[in-house]
Design a protein around this ligand. Structure first.
Ligand SMILES: [Zn+2]
Length: 76
């Protein structure tokens, strides 16, 4: 099990989501999750494509995690 991290769009640094997953669980994570960010105190939403497991390489893209963005992305 590893911590699921996302890039905090406010502090622009990795922040733990509070979720712990193994790679199999992470690969199956298709929903949209929300958490209170330990880095900035805001609620962020994230999807698997925004996140990475601690100890693995972060996704090389601009993070799409934004506060209260209701627009649904492409479903997996
Ligand atoms: Zn944050």
């Amino acid at each position: 099990m590893a911590r699921v991290l996302v890039q905090c769009p406010v502090r622009e640094r990795p922040a733990p989501t509070g979720y712990w997953m193994n790679p199999t669980q992470f690969a199956a994570a298709g929903a949209r999750y929300a958490f209170r960010c330990a880095a900035c105190g805001e609620i962020h939403q994230w999807m698997r494509e925004d996140a990475w497991l601690e100890g693995t390489v972060p996704p090389n893209k601009v993070p799409s995690v934004k506060a209260a963005d209701p627009v649904a992305g492409p479903a997996e």
